[in-house]
Design a protein around this ligand. Structure first.
Ligand code: SF4
Length: 226
């Protein structure tokens, strides 16, 4: 089996074995943006709590967020980590969406993907991952957002080298995942990284793709030669 087929097979197995968690499926583009900023370095439960509180206390439209006092935003998003730095980013990005796009992110999401990505990453608090999440979930583009779990899995499998950066990792995954499967694969890989290929003590023994994993195979080789 060549390398591309090997990784395509591993990702397909993961995609078929892990049920994606899709709480953001029904969100508006602006809500997807805010939830993604809230999720940075924050567990899922804290993100959801902060998101719900922000929606309940202030409302999740660019108008309401831009018009709210920063102290109210901080107070609402406390369940998320780094709330003091996230609050001004959320307020600022709401103002930009209002001023530049009339409060409607679909103006950007209708642009060709490279242009839309450029516009999004030019906004406060929006990095490549957040932009790709918006393009995928709100824009229905076949891009593959890379989060911390997906990066770790890709590096351990050997899909990318250990120093690979965001764009290289995204391109490598997109090479082995058909466009129509990318959203599901993205969500399934996150679950896989949370449950099996965890940062500490990965569960190699029950991993469905251990035979395709460079990291695990090198551990086995080291042990057999010791
Ligand atoms: S074998 Fe271990 S390191 Fe490799 S993908 Fe599975 S859990 Fe992760």
């Amino acid at each position: 089996m060549d390398e591309t087929s090997k990784y395509a097979k591993a990702v397909k197995i993961i995609s078929d074995s892990f049920e994606p968690y899709f709480w953001s499926r029904k969100l508006t583009p602006f809500e997807v943006l805010v939830s993604t900023i809230l999720s940075q370095k924050t567990e899922r439960r804290g993100t959801k709590k902060a998101f719900d509180k922000l929606k309940e206390k202030i409302g999740l439209t660019p108008e309401k967020i831009a018009g709210a006092p920063i102290s109210d935003i901080i107070d609402a998003i406390k369940p998320a980590g780094l709330y003091r730095s996230k609050a001004p980013k959320i307020k600022e990005v709401a103002q930009v969406v209002l001023d530049k796009y009339g409060g409607d992110l679909s103006v950007i999401l209708d642009m060709p993907t490279p242009e839309a990505r450029k516009k999004l990453t030019g906004m406060p608090g929006v990095g490549p991952k957040t932009a790709d999440i918006l393009l995928s979930f709100a824009g229905k583009r076949p891009v593959f957002p890379v989060d911390v779990h997906i990066e770790r899995v890709g590096k351990r499998l050997g899909l990318v080298h250990p120093e690979a950066k965001y764009e290289e990792i995204r391109a490598a995954y997109e090479e082995v995942i058909p466009p129509e499967d990318r959203m599901r694969a993205h969500m399934a890989l996150i679950e896989f990284g949370r449950e099996i290929c965890t940062a500490r003590n990965p569960k190699h023994g029950i991993c469905p793709v251990s035979e395709y994993c460079d990291y695990y195979q090198s551990l086995l080789a080291e042990n057999s030669s010791a």
